[in-house]
Design a binder for this molecule. Structure first.
Ligand code: NAP
Length: 303
């Protein structure tokens, strides 16, 4: 069974190369024929790891190819996922499976609505990778990936393939709670690193702001029915700030590189959920407003 990988960026390449290294059939799906030509020019995907750098000449096609798809790893940014999957919908076999790697919340429902007959498995990953240049990715941070089906269902058999490929993962029956917890951590840390122009560790100087956000996020998680995601949230945020003190958050890196952020699927999603729950979240809303102002002053999209 071929692993089709939509999006040969950081995370998509990290998964594709490890699956291929384990001898599993992998096929990349790139956005158009120009990107496909650039990929062939590069000769494959390069994975840079601490001990080795290897080139993987994986097969690839563009979005408008016609081969049927049974298993699709969706590795675009959250804001690209729905449209890209909609383009592939006619190629999905009955009973096809999608694995959605997007951070935050909101894109998963949008994707699932476009492919009502497919099974969508959601992922929340703490692995880290970044692109050095096109089709070359550095594996920057060990981590693990939670996988789960928001509908009651048993784990897929291909989890064994992830094990064979050395992709650390765990199955959970509470994937939405895991995604909410990560969203809350991201909301408490990432926007502040952008606004204060600092590494994660710099937020130890902003303890009151962090505490106020954690308080609102914890209440929001509880009111949305994710009590376990609210447990010890503030303590974990402080731990993450300390443990990743030298790192720049993904949102910081996006803004610094002039790239669009995933704000719609993080802070905006939290604020919209609070609105629906009629829960006041003045600190989150103020943060959202400040971040939008900051992004628009730099000519970046505010959604
Ligand atoms: P990325 O490096 O920007 O890669 C996204 C890829 O998607 C790009 O290669 C892009 O193509 C491709 N793409 C976009 N639209 C497409 C389309 N219509 N058809 C085909 N390909 C398309 O992003 P990333 O860092 O891997 O992040 C992906 C998701 O994983 C995000 O939601 C992110 O938050 C999450 N995540 C990332 C990490 C990490 O360490 N990187 C960790 C945890 C979670 P082009 O190359 O042509 O632009």
């Amino acid at each position: 069974m071929t692993w089709h990988v939509l999006g040969a960026g950081s995370l998509g390449s990290l998964w594709a190369t490890r699956l291929a290294r384990a001898g599993l059939p992998v096929r990349l799906i790139l956005r158009n024929s120009a990107r496909l030509a650039a990929y062939h020019q590069a000769g494959g995907l390069t994975l840079v790891e601490p001990q080795q750098t290897s080139l993987y000449p994986l097969s690839a096609e563009s979005l408008d190819a016609h081969t049927p798809i049974q298993r699709l790893l969706v590795a675009c940014k959250a804001y690209d996922a729905e449209e890209a999957v909609a383009r592939l919908a006619p190629r999905l076999n009955p009973g096809a499976e999608l694995i959605l790697l997007q951070n935050g919340l909101g894109s998963q429902d949008a994707v699932a609505a476009r492919v009502p007959r497919a099974r969508c498995i959601l992922a929340s990953s703490t692995e880290g990778a970044f692109r050095n240049e096109d089709f070359s990715v550095t594996f920057a941070g060990q981590g693990s990936t939670w996988l789960g089906d928001p509908l009651p269902a048993s784990p897929p058999l291909w989890l064994e393939q992830l094990t064979a490929a050395g992709i650390p993962h765990q199955w959970t029956d509470e994937i939405n709670t895991k995604l909410w917890r990560k969203l809350a951590l991201n909301c408490a840390i990432n926007p502040l690193t952008v606004l204060h122009n600092c590494r994660n560790g710099g937020l130890s100087q902003q303890a009151d702001e962090v505490a106020a956000l954690c308080m609102e996020l914890g209440e929001l998680l509880r009111s949305c029915g994710h009590n376990s995601a609210a447990n010890e949230l503030h303590a974990e945020v402080r731990r993450v700030i300390e443990a990743t003190a030298a790192n720049y958050s993904s949102m910081y890196q996006d803004v610094a590189a002039g790239r669009r952020t995933e704000i719609s699927y993080l802070l905006d999603y939290a604020c919209n959920a609070a609105f629906r729950q009629q829960q006041p979240v003045p600190h989150l809303q103020a943060l959202q407003q400040r971040l939008r102002t900051h992004l628009s002053a730099r000519g970046l999209p505010t959604t």
